[in-house]
Design a protein around this ligand. Structure first.
Ligand SMILES: Nc1nc2c(ncn2[C@@H]2O[C@H](COP(=O)(O)OP(=O)(O)OP(=O)(O)O)[C@@H](O)[C@H]2O)c(=O)[nH]1
Ligand SMILES: [Mg+2]
Length: 325
């Protein structure tokens, strides 16, 4: 058996070391790893519809990791195996809060039913890597039925996580009036369930009025899914208050998506987009590694058609621009 075949069978058995190795392989940008990663991904079983991929978004420090620790325990109690892609947005700022996240997920990190993968946020806003969706597929093949992806709710990262999850949760802190302005307006528009965290101690009353503010704001807004009105809930992740209600709403939405055929449609359009994106990235990395190929193409085009050259270089520039934006 070749090494990819062995790795795959170990992944399917749920061997933790092999799962980590497989994820490292699909994350690798080394050309020699790409072929192996593609072999592995092509050999993975088709993902089933019984899994649930949940994005957890919100501004820095709102309590995403603490919330995951709390709801994660509920998810396991409900007989699920749980994987967490603990994309660690602040690690670029603090230079290493992955350790912080591990301590914030103390109980989960000791659970046999849980796999936590802190993804490096190397240069990629919010830490969502080029391989996150592939990692999800690996984790599902290994028998994890619920996947949580934590992301910082800004810009490109939030859209990317939106495009690889079935359900998108947004966490906000009490004192919402100001948050309705500016960037936070953008993330609440994407929420399937809106959660006001830190409803404890002297923030409890503010949290309650913030819920009302958001409920009013949501009335003016078209939900992402037809016939789904976005619930606004207040919780305390730290004190594990309101967590059961969030899980209940997640399951309600899951049923809604399945019974209206939205679930499967959403997944197949996500897969299509992902494949396109991977092809685009492949072309870019080939271009980057092979400068002379680009020069050769340019020369050939110069000989034949100058206008075509302009179109071609504009296209290349637009790819780089969209990639860097
Ligand atoms: N009072 C209170 N504090 C909380 C609650 N949830 C989280 N915190 C605190 O808020 C701080 C940040 O929590 P994290 O869970 O790391 O927040 P995060 O959103 O994951 O942060 P980043 O990953 O850095 O964006 C920590 O000091 C937590 O203890 C809560 O429900 N109530
Ligand atoms: Mg965190």
């Amino acid at each position: 058996m070749n090494s990819t075949g062995e790795l795959l069978s170990q992944v399917i058995k749920g061997d933790r070391k092999s799962i980590a190795k497989a994820i490292t392989l699909v994350e690798s940008k080394k050309p020699q790893d790409r072929a192996l990663a593609d072999d592995l991904l092509n050999a993975l079983p088709e993902p089933g519809e019984n899994t649930l991929r949940i994005g957890i978004s919100g501004p820095p420090g709102v309590g995403k990791s603490t919330f995951i620790e709390a709801i994660g325990q509920k998810i396991i109690e409900d007989n699920n195996r749980l994987a967490i892609l603990a994309v660690d947005p602040s690690s670029t700022i603090t230079g290493g809060s992955i350790l912080g996240d591990k301590t914030r997920m103390d109980i989960l990190s000791k659970s046999d039913e849980t796999f936590i993968r802190p993804s490096p946020s190397s240069g990629n806003l919010g830490g969502v890597g080029h391989a996150t969706k592939d990692s999800v597929q690996i984790l599902e093949s290994a028998g994890f039925s619920v996947i949580l992806i934590e992301t910082l709710g800004v810009g490109q990262a939030e859209t990317e996580v939106l495009e690889m999850t079935d359900i998108y949760l947004v966490l906000l802190s009490p004192g919402g009036g100001d948050e309705l302005q500016g960037i936070k307006r953008g993330i609440i528009e994407l929420a399937d369930i809106l959660i006001v965290n830190k409803a404890d101690g002297n923030l409890e009353a503010t949290a309650k009025s913030t819920v009302l503010d958001y409920k009013n704001a949501m009335k003016l807004q078209k939900p992402r899914h037809e016939n789904w009105s976005v619930p606004v809930l207040s919780i305390s992740a730290l004190k594990s208050k309101g967590i059961d209600e969030v899980w209940e709403e997640i399951l309600n939405l899951k049923n809604h998506l399945h019974s209206n055929n939205i679930f499967i449609k959403n997944r197949s359009s996500q897969d299509e987009k992902w494949q396109k994106k991977k092809k685009k990235n492949l072309i870019i990395s080939m271009m980057e590694s092979e400068d002379e190929i680009l020069e050769k193409i340019e020369k050939k085009i110069i000989e034949s058609d100058k206008q075509l050259l302009k179109k071609f270089t504009d296209w290349i520039k637009s790819i780089f621009k969209s990639r860097n934006s």
